[in-house]
Design a protein around this ligand. Structure first.
Ligand code: ADP
Length: 397
């Protein structure tokens, strides 16, 4: 059964077509600069890459071209009717969705209601759904939410100590993100350990360009580092993670910064980029630090210190941890980040095997020392496969 997975952004559409349940990738690609000059699609199928450069005035025009590429000469599909289901990555389900859903008009209305919570993401996500429905009429469309996995958090974890009215009337609370990834690696970790997920306490560390951690008890998220938006928690490529919110007031009053400038500061100019003054890319930070660049060393240190602090916090949340899981670009590949983040945590139950850590890159592995109370795992994430699996499960049930 062919499942198309779509991640529709404001000017881009990322897609991957799978044969399910085998999980074979038939084709994948990225349309960029939709509605802008310089539109292009990079399409991969059967180890062949095709580049199309032409303007795509709308998401519909871009997806129509993707369907042509999927079904064209030597394409992955004979007809677009071969697609049995479309899985959409949807960022914000608010409190309305604690699992993936078959999309109908009611679901669309509920996602639309959450636009104020994710003004940059939900509208283009919805556009992807609308285009999917119109170009593939009758094909079931499934919504997989970034927030859904964290809906199992208890109130003490998701409430901020702000006036309760703000939660009731304005839905101000912690939602958490990267849920599809945290859920996927938690499940894979249980499989790797050959233990039932229901019996495991896990800390999952998704360290990519965006970064978050989750405490997972018995397969359910009970706390996470991201909050009302993806700004909170760990240091990220260009976001600061935790900082005193009064800094915003200070900057507004003393530096005359307005909301747009603060938004740019916090989403685009902070994190590794802000601290190093050079790059948001951890590979480059590591190379600069190794060459003696002071700001890059500081950025690396602040990043790893924050991870360590959250490991402590989430260990306290769970009480007992069976395994700590590293995933995403940095977590899967950077032995230096893993080693530095876990420095001094042997007493807390986390001891790395230095050789296993150094030799593990992008593959599933147990990198803990025999003496470590908790297992320390590297589990590559795959959000597209996770979306394809959930789409398949929903349309075949
Ligand atoms: P996104 O959040 O955009 O999906 P990824 O999960 O792909 O991000 O992670 C991107 C990050 O992973 C970048 O900061 C990149 O530098 C980092 N990364 C990838 N490979 C390595 C590596 N070998 N060593 C250190 N960092 C790496």
């Amino acid at each position: 059964m062919k499942i198309l997975v779509i991640n529709s952004g404001s000017s881009s559409i990322k897609y991957k077509c799978f044969e399910m349940p085998e999980r074979t990738v038939l084709a994948s690609g990225l349309c960029e600069k939709i509605g802008e000059p310089g539109g292009r699609i990079t399409h991969r199928a059967a180890e062949r890459q095709t580049k199309i450069e032409q303007p795509f005035p709308t998401h519909a025009a871009a997806l129509e071209k993707v369907l042509d590429l999927l079904t064209g000469n030597g394409g992955a599909l004979a007809h677009k009717e071969d697609i049995s289901g479309v899985g959409h990555r949807l960022v914000h389900g608010g409190e309305a969705f604690s699992a993936s859903v078959l999309i109908d008009d009611e679901v669309i209305a509920a996602v639309r209601e959450n636009i104020p919570l994710a003004p940059l993401h939900n509208p283009p996500n919805l556009l992807g759904v609308e285009v999917g429905r119109s170009l593939l009429p009758g094909v079931p469309q499934v919504g997989v939410f970034d927030t859904a996995f964290h809906q199992s958090m208890p109130p003490e974890a998701y409430l901020y100590a702000l006036p309760y009215e703000l939660y009731r009337t304005s839905r101000v609370r912690r939602y958490g993100f990267h849920g599809t990834s945290h859920a996927y690696v938690a499940r894979r970790a249980a499989e790797f350990l050959q233990q039932p997920a229901e019996q495991l306490n896990l800390i999952t560390c998704h360290l990519g360009n965006g970064a978050s951690m989750a405490a997972v008890r018995g397969g359910k998220s009970v706390d996470t580092s991201m909050g009302f938006t993806p700004l909170e928690g760990l240091v990220m490529g260009t976001r600061p993670g935790d900082f005193d919110p009064a800094i915003i007031l200070y900057l507004m009053e003393n530096q005359q910064m307005d909301a747009a400038q603060i938004n740019k500061l916090l989403n685009k100019q902070s994190g590794l980029l802000g601290l190093s003054g050079k790059t948001n890319d951890m590979r480059e930070i590591e190379a600069l630090a190794a060459a003696g660049d002071g700001p890059a060393r500081l950025a690396f240190a602040v990043y790893c210190y924050r991870v360590r602090k959250y490991i402590g916090a989430l260990t306290a949340v769970l009480g007992h941890v069976d395994a700590l899981v590293f995933t995403a670009g940095v977590g899967e590949n950077s032995s230096a980040v893993r080693a530095t983040s876990l420095t001094g945590l042997a007493e807390l139950g986390y001891a790395l095997d230095p050789d296993k850590n150094a030799s593990t890159r992008g593959t599933e592995a147990d990198i803990s020392a025999a003496s470590s109370r908790a297992r320390i795992l590297v589990i590559p994430t795959d959000e597209e496969i996770a979306i394809a699996e959930q789409t398949y499960a929903i349309i075949t049930r």
